[in-house]
Every structure is written in structure tokens, then in C-alpha cells.
Design a protein around this ligand. Sequence first.
Ligand code: G3P
Ligand code: MG
Length: 353
Amino acid sequence: RMSAGDNSSACDWQLQTAVALDIDGVLVRGKRALDEGRRALQLLSGNNRLRRRIPFVLLTNGGGVSEADKASDISRLLGVEIRPEQVVLAHSPMRALTSKYAQKHVLVVGGKQSRCADIAQAYGFGNVSTPNDVVAWNPSAWPFMQPPTADQLSAQGAKRRDYANDPFHAVMVFHDSFDFGRDLQVATDVLRSANATLGSEFVNRQTAPLYMSNSDLIFSNDYPRPRFGQGAYHVCLRAMWDALTGGAPLKYTLFGKPNKVQYQYAEHLLDQIALAAAPDTDLAQLHARRRIFAIGDNPAADIAGANGAGWTSVLVRTGVFDGSSGTNDATHPAHLVTDHVEDAVNWIIESEL
Ligand code: G3P
Ligand code: MG
């Protein structure tokens, strides 16, 4: 048994247990917090029968905000303090791409206006443009929207640059597209322009690498049935690519659950939490005995990913999976299915403490 390094908490830590909680469909639905979510976070924070704190992270395929903003949003909604170091967003591990692209020109797709561009810049990408910037340069690039006025463009932080001779080096989809049509057009333009330069002719091969942060086809908000996620944009992008080029399929690198990179990133954050709680922790020993639980609502993302990472998966019925298709998911069966996240955390506590 290890005790907490900081004296701010009266509770000891249970470091050989760790939990990764999904957000949408588990802790919240849209902007509404689930009461079971509030109680689940309380339980993990030490309000359990043994008064032990269990390290946890929030592992979401959401994004379009900074880790700090997500942490403060969830803290406010759920009433438990979450630190930015406990948040894995779909695009969090894309930070590592700065080793290659810090000085390169990157098209950042998704989210509200220039917000994802700001996030990318905060990660260390030094030369970022968005589809909105491209339309500001030449409104005919996407003729089906009312061109923004100069005032709107400056309020949106749109860049003023000449994209005709300004090659891109990568396309990075950070978040759900807020304008599918425009974002399909501009991303496809970059990917198939000679030298990935918008002023050049189209060629039938891919001229820039594509990175995408989350392949969820659907996700759960406060609408009664699942909504299109970023994966829906990928399906459209691939279909347009095939129809236009008739050549080799689009190549891309995926981040987000269920991909391994997300689980490695989450484990790294859990290691940091353990080291902060007990600085003399031997990480190799901890890895050998730590059991990590994932609680999620989307079998294809949360359960497939957790099972693949060797974690213990718990599927809840408050989101994408509602139990109507059976007692467990047939394709990606979880180790346990519970009605909601509070039951899941109670089961973890009973089996671990
Ligand atoms: O856009 C967010 C959605 O795709 C999934 O969020 O928290 O259920 O992984 P989450
Ligand atoms: Mg979810």
C-alpha cells in the first residue's frame, strides 16, 4: 500500500488500480452531466468505503478544445476537480507530430472557426492554416456558403495569405467538421494538388500525408439516438477520394480510441499521477501489477481499444450502446456490462480494494 506524496488529501492512493473514463455517453450527454457520473468521480476521488483515491484519467475521442478547457468544463459540470493532466482528448497525442511538422505548413480541419488552429499552435505547430482561411483567400473555393465579411473574418482570426503558391506539408483533422462540404472540398484539394499547393493542377495521387484524430462513426449526445462523429467525415473523404482519383486509396494515420497510441498516452498520464502521489514508485513494478479499467459506451472505440491494450473493459448502457442489441456487444465484448458508470466504478472498487 502506498500513501499519497502530497498531504492535501486525507486519503491514501490505490496505485495498483487505475481507471480511464470515457466522457460522452458515460459522464455526460451533450451539455448535461449524468448524476451517476458525478457519484462515480466522487467514489474515485476517495469517497468510498476504504477512503482510497484511485488514479483516473478521462479518455475521450472528443476534442476541439484544449485539455485545460476540457478539464475545467468537466470539473464545473461534474463537481469534481479534474486537472488538465488527467485529460486525453482525441488530438492530445498529435502533439508528438510537432517533431516533424513544427516548422511545416499544416491544414488543420475541424471544430469552430480557428479554435483548432489555436490548439495546434499551442501544441507547437508553427505554421497552421484552416479551410476557413482558404475560403477567405478565395471564396470560390467553396461557393455554397455566404462569404464572410472582412469583419467576420478578422473576428474569426482568419489569415490573409496567398495560398496559390504556398505548399502544405500535411492535413490534420483535429475534430469533427463543423462544415462537412467545405472541409471535404478543401482537404481533398490539398491532398490532390501537385506539391500540395492549391495553385497547382490536380493529380491522381496523394501529395500530402493525412492525420485524423478520431474515427468514431457515431457518438452520443443529448439527442435520443447516436449522431455522426468524425468517422462519418472520414467515410465521405475516402469515398470522394475514390470517386475522383479512381487510383490508390487514401492513406492516413489515425489517432483516438481504439488506436494503441491513445492507450500509451493514457498510461503515461497515469504513470505521472502515480509518481506525483509516490515519487519513489518503481514504474516497471507498477506496470507489472497495475490493473487498468476502461469505462465506455461505444464498443467499437472504448471496448475494442481497452481490450486491445490489455485493460479490463466495462461497457455502460447510457450512450451509443443501450443494451437493446443484447446483453453485451457481439463484435467487441466487454469484460462487464453495467447500467451506468456508477455501477461500473462500484464493481471496480469491490473487486480491487
Ligand atoms: O465527438 C466526441 C465523440 O466522438 C466521442 O466522445 O467522450 O464518447 O469518446 P467520447
Ligand atoms: Mg462515449
